[in-house]
Design a protein around this ligand. Structure first.
Ligand SMILES: O=P(O)(O)O[C@H]1O[C@H](CO)[C@@H](O)[C@H]1O
Ligand SMILES: Nc1nc2[nH]cnc2c(=O)[nH]1
Length: 267
């Protein structure tokens, strides 16, 4: 009935992975966190950690990018049970998009209700500076436009509907809460909001591409997050996401700046 895509994992595969993890920890996470490039230190904030290397988790892909440790860490944050991906998967690593979004479905089957994603991104908005934090309010899923979309293939209704809505992808209450807390903490000078654009990578953008993306309404550009958000929303989790602006996109032919992963990942 369906074309044999053999790219993703079935509901039963995902359930087997989630059950394998739940059998080895008492942590019952309601919040799932994804650490972006160079942001793996977030996972170190979890207390009473139980950590698994991706290579030991059934069905999990392996991290291949510097700055993505490849560990799934369970623990507590301010007394709340959490699970944290110390390292994510990107399209350019060569996995099918259905595989690199598997952790979102595992999160769901672990009991996660809210996903918090972080990424390192290049700033396209001329008002942004390096070090700014952008609360993501929407995205442009460019690989998705071209059919490289994580929900391509048979739809299993146990995860979600065939045609999920994405106009409410980023939870507005959580965005407002983050903005309010940020202001309370005095983060006003570097807290922004904007639209994140996902590209496939791995090359950074040309000047013409940056100019085009800016005209299309993108405030920051990266190679992740949108594919995860789509799958998280498909299976009904709330989503909150942040970009750390690690570099400014080069928009000017006179510029000597060159984007590089060392700068992005902090080493
Ligand atoms: O989006 P994260 O995983 O933070 O990583 C970003 O940093 C890498 C480029 O330096 C790309 O993978 C880009 O997507
Ligand atoms: N595509 C892309 N990804 C990034 N990740 C961090 N900075 C950048 C950037 O400038 N472009």
């Amino acid at each position: 009935m369906f074309p044999d895509l053999n790219t993703g994992f079935t509901y039963e595969d995902c359930k087997a992975t989630a059950d394998w993890l739940l059998a080895q920890t008492d942590v019952r996470p309601l919040v799932g966190i994804v650490c972006g490039s160079g942001l793996g230190g977030l996972a170190d904030m979890l207390k009473d950690q139980v950590a698994f290397n991706y290579k030991d988790i059934p069905n999990f892909p392996q991290s291949t990018v510097h700055g993505h440790a490849g560990r799934l860490v369970f623990g507590t944050l301010k007394g709340r049970d959490c699970v944290c991906m110390q390292g994510r998967f990107h399209l350019y690593e060569g996995y099918p998009i259905q595989k690199i979004t598997l952790p979102m479905r595992i999160f769901k089957l672990l009991g996660v209700e809210t996903v918090m994603l972080t990424n390192a991104a290049g700033g396209l908005n001329q008002d942004f500076k390096v070090g700014d934090i952008m609360i993501i309010k929407d995205h442009l899923n460019i690989p998705g436009f071209a059919g490289n979309h994580p929900l391509v293939g048979p739809n299993d209704e146990r995860f979600g509907v065939r045609f999920p809505c994405m106009s409410d992808a980023y939870d507005r209450e959580l965005q407002q809460l983050a903005m309010d807390v940020g202001h309370e903490l005095g983060f006003t000078d570097f807290l922004r909001e904007g639209v994140y654009c996902m590209l496939g990578g791995p090359s950074f953008e040309t000047i013409a591409e940056c100019r085009m993306l800016s005209k299309l309404g993108a405030d920051a550009v990266g190679m992740s997050t949108a594919h995860e958000v789509v799958v998280a929303r498909h299976c009904g989790m709330r989503v909150f996401a942040l970009s750390l602006i690690t570099n400014l996109a080069v928009m000017d032919y006179d510029s000597e700046e060159k984007a590089n992963h060392e700068e992005v990942s902090g080493g």
